[in-house]
Ligand binder design. Structure first.
Ligand code: NAI
Length: 256
């Protein structure tokens, strides 16, 4: 049995990951605002530090995997703190525990939104690790009528950060694969309101067309995340894998 930390474990994709891990006998250390083994607010530096310490303690210093699902959409500037810093600081803070495992693995949850219009300045500030300036830039985007670019920017920043970390001595060098899944539209509390509103649904279906299978159940994303953190994954590094029913193929220009 493996010991796996799952952020955002109380709802949606994180809850599906936790349930599937537990069903196969693994031990889950869930991290969420409530209803979790570790209750912590990942939107603050203090909450993130407390979460790292509590996970490390509950894992006894040896962690086999971390899956970061905690995230916010349509919530303004705080998306920067939860989606980006709530992911990167947890992963970096738990690196020693992952390195102590014989098969430590990291899987992030990105989004198809990472390929959609985003703000280069906000992405740069996130990747530079400047949370205060990133929050200020996000507030500017809200004031400038571009609030939707905050979410896509946090996810684009995650992809870029992940590519660097994945090949670093602390991760690749320590035998720890780091990768991400980018979902299309997943049926969770995050999207429930959008898919039930015909106007939003039409906008979403244009932005994220999913010819294979339509909207995904959270388990479709969870099973891909589970493979990324399994010992079977020995040589995938720094990849963002789209589990999106074909949306990325239909909406992003081909890279080759
Ligand atoms: P959800 O809203 O069902 O679950 C998110 C979880 O994160 C909740 O349990 C929430 O309490 C937790 N969370 C939020 N703020 C937190 C904080 N400050 N501290 C600790 N925990 C916090 O959302 P869902 O759909 O399961 O999303 C999971 C991830 O998947 C997110 O990163 C989201 O951006 C991403 N995603 C979701 C898609 C969808 O269509 N649902 C599509 C693409 C990506």
């Amino acid at each position: 049995a493996r010991v796996v930390a799952v952020t955002g474990s109380a709802s949606g994709i994180g809850a599906a990951v936790a349930a599937m891990l537990r069903a196969r006998g693994d031990r889950v250390i869930g991290v969420d605002l409530k209803d979790a083994e570790v209750c912590a607010d990942l939107s603050t530096a203090a909450g993130r530090a407390a979460a790292v310490a509590a996970v490390d303690d509950q894992a006894g210093g040896v962690l086999d995997g971390i899956v970061t699902c905690a995230g916010l959409s349509r919530a303004g500037a705080p998306q920067v703190s939860v989606n980006y810093f709530g992911t990167t600081e947890l992963v970096l803070g738990l690196q020693p525990a992952l390195a102590a495992s014989s098969a430590g693995r990291v899987a992030l949850v990105s989004s198809i939104s990472s390929t959609q219009p985003h703000d280069a300045e906000l992405v740069d500030l996130c990747v530079a690790g400047d949370e205060e300036a990133a929050l200020a830039r996000a507030e500017e985007l809200v004031a400038g009528g571009r609030p939707h670019e905050i979410y896509s920017s946090t996810k684009a920043a995650l992809n870029r950060w992940m590519r660097t970390v994945a090949v670093s001595s602390d991760f690749a060098g320590a035998g720890i694969p780091v990768n991400a899944i980018a979902p299309g539209v997943v049926l969770t509390p995050m999207t429930a309101e959008l898919v039930s509103d015909p106007q939003w649904k039409a906008i979403m279906d244009r932005a994220v067309p999913m010819p294979l299978g339509g909207y995904a159940p959270p388990e479709a994303i969870a099973s891909a995340l589970l493979w990324l953190i399994s010992p079977d994954n020995t040589h995938m590094a720094g990849q963002t894998v789209f589990v999106d029913g074909g949306a990325q193929v239909l909406t992003a220009p081909p890279s080759v």
